[in-house]
Design a protein around this ligand. Structure first.
Ligand code: NAP
Length: 490
């Protein structure tokens, strides 16, 4: 199939160039394909169909006007003639113009109509364009499909676009016919069932990162919060108390303290809902109670939260590498060296500081490495190559390792500064103290779940055991019909 898509498309009418498509010669056994409409989609589709060896007939309100835009192999004629000649018809006109095709009702009866239309906005209530088309043409078999494929993809081949074509119809025969056309054009048909799925298929191209909204919003809110917090502590505080201008810190230093804070809190937010779910199951003694909606949505957003955390961590690494390049850092360094010489100090080596920095950097690099692994394995193409146990080992066990390393990275950064009162500017604790709260809660929660008594009970619950489920045996004397003894609450 890829070879078919890689094939060069047919030349335009009047190109004068030689045509080299042996496959473009129509196969007499294959159905004649009609297209109603002569717009962008119709032109691209006609070319791809001709290149795939189909006989194509295009129906237009004004055939002579657009005939030059189609390949010579395609016949451009009136809508009625096209509907008459074709076995299967692609309706490549906007849905608001579907009703103008009503004159063709008799001619299209018993034929397959493929509705390729998209809506302008997401339609939650229905009916879909395809269902409306089916109402207009009750004698035809409507198939919804190809609306997620752009005219560009049709022209360029599947290498430059999505290869999947979502199809649905109430007629299995009509759907199978469209499936075979899909295959021959180099696309992969995805059967979405009955025509009632058409609303979902029509909404597919209109969604704007639906699963990313909450995680990105969360990341932005955290970023703004920590940025303002760091700004007050690191820029405003010296300005108010010592009249020292530290506003130069705003573009890089403040951002670089904010990014790891967001990254660590977001990473903790990836693992917190799993813990909440586990504790909820332990508390209710069953896995069959539904989680609250907010927890369900949170659990479903974990991948996106993790990827946002990874993005912040990568940006933090890049910002950190750029720190020595700044003029302010170079001036500070030369000033310190000058002061040292002036004081007659020869060696500025502080053992404790050296160790702190070595450990801080080492665990930071490890945390970033593990986060990269988690990010890579969250890609569907990679996740598809590993089994469920491998996936959960990477995402859960290595994920907790990444959280542990990132927490250690922050602890080494803070060292003993949490206990230095002078660090509490405006009575605000240093940022790392604030940031560490959630990861500590998550790591302690995880450790609690690892306790044998808790882990054993959770394992039982997850295998279907329920605390409140009692076996009832009824005594023949009391209220029993089947001679079953009542030994409830055993
Ligand atoms: P277009 O370029 O505007 O073409 C629409 C065609 O509809 C016109 O060329 C016209 O052809 C025909 N038509 C029939 N009755 C009409 C009427 N009463 N008023 C106006 N035009 C009428 O649109 P398009 O981009 O090809 O899109 C066509 C359909 O494909 C739409 O439903 C769209 O949602 C869907 N689609 C398009 C793309 C894409 O990439 N363009 C992708 C997926 C789906 P005649 O004048 O020759 O009759």
């Amino acid at each position: 199939m890829p070879d078919e898509m890689a094939r060069r498309l047919i030349l335009e009418r009047g190109d004068g160039g030689a045509r080299h498509f042996e496959d473009a010669v129509p196969d007499p056994s294959s159905p004649v394909i009609g297209i109603l409409g002569t717009g962008d989609f119709s032109r691209s589709l006609a070319r791809r169909l001709v290149a795939s060896g189909y006989q194509v007939v295009v129906g237009s309100r004004t055939p002579t006007r657009f005939v030059a835009l189609f390949p010579e192999e395609a016949e451009v004629t009136t809508q009625l003639e096209a509907a008459n000649k074709a076995d299967l018809i692609f309706v490549a006109v906007y849905p608001e113009h579907h009703s103008t095709l009503m004159d063709l009702k008799q001619t299209l009866a018993g034929k397959t109509l493929v509705d390729v239309s998209n809506s302008l906005s997401i339609n939650h209530k229905g009916p879909s364009n395809a269902e409306l088309l089916a109402d207009y043409f009750p004698g035809s078999f409507v198939v919804k499909g190809f609306n997620t494929v752009s005219a560009w993809t049709l022209q360029m081949g599947a290498r430059d676009g999505g290869r999947q074509v979502f199809l649905c119809s109430n007629s299995q025969t009509a759907k199978n016919l469209v499936k075979s056309i899909c295959h021959r054009m180099g696309f992969i048909p995805v059967d979405m069932g009955l025509l009632s799925s058409s609303l979902e298929i029509e909404n597919l191209p209109l969604y704007l990162f639906p699963s990313w909204r909450l995680p990105v919003l969360c990341m932005l809110i955290l970023f703004i919060f920590f940025y303002l917090y760091n700004f007050i502590r690191d820029v405003l505080y010296p300005f108010i108390t010592e009249h020292k201008s530290a506003f130069y810190k705003m573009p890089i230093e403040v951002v670089n303290v904010t990014l790891p804070s967001v990254a660590l809190v977001m990473l903790a937010l990836v693992y917190l809902p799993g813990l909440l779910a586990a504790f909820l199951q332990l508390w209710s003694g069953t896995k069959y109670n539904r989680f609250p909606n907010w927890l369900d949505r949170w659990l479903l957003s974990r991948k996106q939260l993790g990827l946002c955390s990874f993005l912040c961590a990568v940006l933090h690494a890049v910002y950190s590498l750029c720190l020595p390049l700044r003029k302010s850092a170079q001036f500070k360094l030369s000033n310190m060296a000058y002061k040292q010489v002036k004081k007659g100090m020869e060696d500025s080596w502080v053992d404790e500081e050296v160790w702190r920095m070595e450990l801080y950097l080492s665990v930071g690099i490890m945390a970033l490495g593990l986060l990269s692994l988690l990010a890579v394995t969250s890609l569907p193409s990679v996740a598809g190559t590993i089994n469920w146990r491998e996936f959960s080992f990477i995402q859960s066990t290595l994920g907790y390792c990444a959280l542990f390393m990132a927490t250690a990275h922050t602890l080494f950064y803070g060292w003993n500064r949490a206990f230095v009162l002078a660090r509490y500017h405006f009575y605000m604790p240093p940022t790392f103290v604030l940031v560490l709260v959630l990861p500590f809660v998550v790591l302690l929660g995880r450790a609690a779940l690892c306790l044998p008594c808790v882990a054993g009970r959770l394992r039982k619950i997850r295998r279907g055991w329920e605390r409140n489920r009692h076996i009832r045996f009824m005594l023949p004397a009391e209220d029993c019909r089947n001679g079953v003894e009542n030994v409830s609450n055993v």
